[in-house]
Design a protein around this ligand. Structure first.
Ligand SMILES: *Cc1c(COP(=O)(O)O)cnc(C)c1O
Length: 341
């Protein structure tokens, strides 16, 4: 089993998001190990292409990028929790301060360049936009003043509400740069771009909104091998629960790939593979380590042959209801990982 990552597509997605973000510059959200692709592989390529701002959630994720980029270019979205002060100082990445407690902790550590998150309606992290945000931030050396959109991938009135709140509050906050948009936010138009955008999903081939369709290219391909070819008779069933019964004699293949690899059971009866232009549908349930397919349309396919999943993120989300974010971040750890370019 292997995941094949297209480095050129990763870079061209980032460049396309950068052009769309102009005059703002596009950074890159690389939390959760680069959405499952491998943060070091992603950061090395995007940094070489000119990306200057990288966003992780945890300090350990910043630490894992050691030696690749200047830590001053890495933002830690969760900020600083009690007990993390020494680690934060040692790593030297920049905290996103989310609360008055975090601001106080940063000041007591001696301060320095930081970022600040304002909650304009997401209701998760950040200084409440109705508070005295300007007062809380007085004297801080703020690089990015940011907020995060809750409904950017929907045509929702909440986007404009958040943008207006951000504008109202940010004017009182002295920062070098302002930032609001994630991937889908970039598609909302020039009013959302400010100085820096923070795409994640779309870098990796996810398409969160219609505005990015046709612009973003797939980055990840799932390949595996045929473990066994079988000749089924009419009436034979396949897999747990015997949910598929062969209506006639047919050739099937059993593949090394299952839900433990992030190839989720929700693809049962929906997913398929591709081989020399033929589509080979899944049969029965996806199990933990194995998946069965109909290979009637690929008579040359034999044991040991490599085969490619007919898989793309937007289609998988549409077919299963499992979000593109979950498909990526829950991809399995048993794959060999190969970067081309
Ligand atoms: C994860 C994250 C992003 C990236 O969002 P995408 O929807 O993946 O583009 C941007 N900003 C913040 C604060 C985030 O947590």
């Amino acid at each position: 089993m292997r995941l094949v990552f297209d480095g050129a597509a990763l870079v061209s997605n980032w460049q396309a998001l950068g052009w769309l973000s102009e005059p703002a510059s596009a950074g890159a959200a690389v939390k959760a190990d680069g959405y499952g692709l491998g943060a070091r592989d992603v950061v090395a390529r995007l940094s070489a292409a000119g990306c200057r701002d990288f966003f992780v959630a945890h300090w350990a994720e910043a630490q894992a990028l050691a030696g690749l980029v200047d830590p001053a270019r890495i933002s830690v979205l969760h900020g600083i929790a009690p007990g993390e002060e020494a680690l934060a100082k040692a790593i030297g990445a920049v905290p996103v301060l989310n609360s008055t407690d975090q601001i106080a902790r940063w000041r007591s550590m001696g301060g320095g360049t930081c970022h600040v998150m304002i909650d304009t309606g997401m209701g998760r992290l950040g200084l409440d936009w109705r508070e005295d945000v300007a007062g809380h931030c007085t004297g801080l050396d703020i690089d990015l003043c940011m907020s995060h959109l809750a409904s950017a991938d929907e045509d929702s009135a909440q986007n404009e509400t958040q943008r207006l709140r951000f504008d109202e509050v940010r004017t009182g906050v002295s920062a070098r740069r302002y930032s609001l948009a994630n991937s889908a936010g970039i598609g909302l138009g020039s009013g959302y771009r400010y100085d820096c955008t923070r795409p994640g999903l779309a870098l990796y081939g996810g398409v969160p909104c219609g505005a990015l369709a046709g612009i973003i290219n797939p980055v990840m391909r799932i390949e595996t091998r045929v473990l066994q070819v079988r000749q089924m008779q009419a009436g034979d069933s396949i897999g747990y629960g015997a949910t598929f019964t062969a209506p006639a004699a047919m050739r099937t293949a059993t593949l090394s790939l299952g839900y433990a690899d992030g190839f989720k059971r929700g693809l049962s009866g929906i997913g398929g593979f591709a081989h020399n232009g033929a589509r080979l549908p899944l049969l029965g349930r996806v199990s933990m380590d194995l998946t069965c397919i109909d290979i009637s349309a690929a008579p040359d396919l034999g044991e040991g042959d490599w085969i490619t999943a007919d898989f793309d993120l937007p289609a998988a989300e549409a077919a299963t209801g499992i979000s593109q974010y979950e498909w990526l971040t829950q991809i399995g750890r048993r794959f060999e990982r190969i970067w081309v370019d």
